[in-house]
Design a binder for this molecule. Structure first.
Ligand SMILES: [Zn+2]
Length: 221
């Protein structure tokens, strides 16, 4: 899209902040100055899930962030991947610099992708890859359709729900590499942990994780 078309579109449909939905006083991109300054900090992630070495997140899954993630996943706002990816790339730069060779993502099932039209974690991973200049590769497929993790209470139920739901894809392309595994939300860590286990057993040399938002500990159960 040309700069002129973008400017005309901005006049007709002023770009709203992805978090508070207000039209910013000045052109700030996708996020207003106020929301950027008050992004809820990511709570402690250590101890959630196993198999992966470490994990980072851009912010906490609360308030306006939570609402924005819901629009991103279920409301068709696939373009949120760009601002979310830039925020996550900042967190990765700060805490996981030099810890991975390739970026990958937690896949959704074909059934869900057909319904949604896009794989939100893949879009997020591609935005992170663009921001960091690191290649993004599919490394797994979801072979079993599972119920939504968010509907399950206990960590044990969440682990059971995702067990054997993923299979490695084309390990010849990434075996021996260190992977950064991207997902949108990290709660108990059951999903990223299970995908990490699959990737390591298929030959990845290490897995670190990056989630856009992480739930506060009290909600992680
Ligand atoms: Zn805002």
């Amino acid at each position: 899209m040309s700069a002129l078309v973008r400017r005309l579109l901005d006049l007709v449909y002023p770009r709203r902040c992805v978090f508070c939905r207000r039209i910013p006083d000045r052109e700030t991109g996708f996020i207003c100055d106020d929301c950027l300054a008050h992004l809820p900090p990511a709570p402690e992630i250590t101890g959630r899930g196993e198999f992966y070495k470490s994990a980072v997140a851009a912010c906490a899954y609360v308030g306006d962030v939570r609402e924005a993630v819901i629009r991103f996943k279920f409301g068709g706002c696939s373009f949120y991947a760009e601002p979310f990816g830039e925020l996550l790339a900042d967190a990765v730069r700060q805490k996981l610099d030099g810890a991975f060779d390739l970026i990958t993502f937690v896949p959704i099932s074909r059934l869900r992708r057909r319904g949604r039209g896009y794989d939100q974690a893949e879009l997020l991973a591609r935005a992170v890859g663009n921001a960091l200049g690191v290649p993004v590769l599919r490394t797994a497929v979801k072979v079993r359709h599972t119920g939504r993790q968010s509907r399950l209470g206990t960590p044990a139920a969440r682990r059971a729900n995702v067990q054997n739901a993923y299979r490695a894809s084309r390990p010849d392309r990434w075996s021996g590499k260190r992977l950064l595994l991207i997902d949108d939300i990290l709660t108990t860590g059951a999903t990223v942990s299970e995908v990490s286990r699959v990737l390591l057993s298929a030959g990845a040399s290490a897995v670190v994780c990056g989630a856009f938002a992480v739930t506060p500990l009290k909600e992680s159960g």
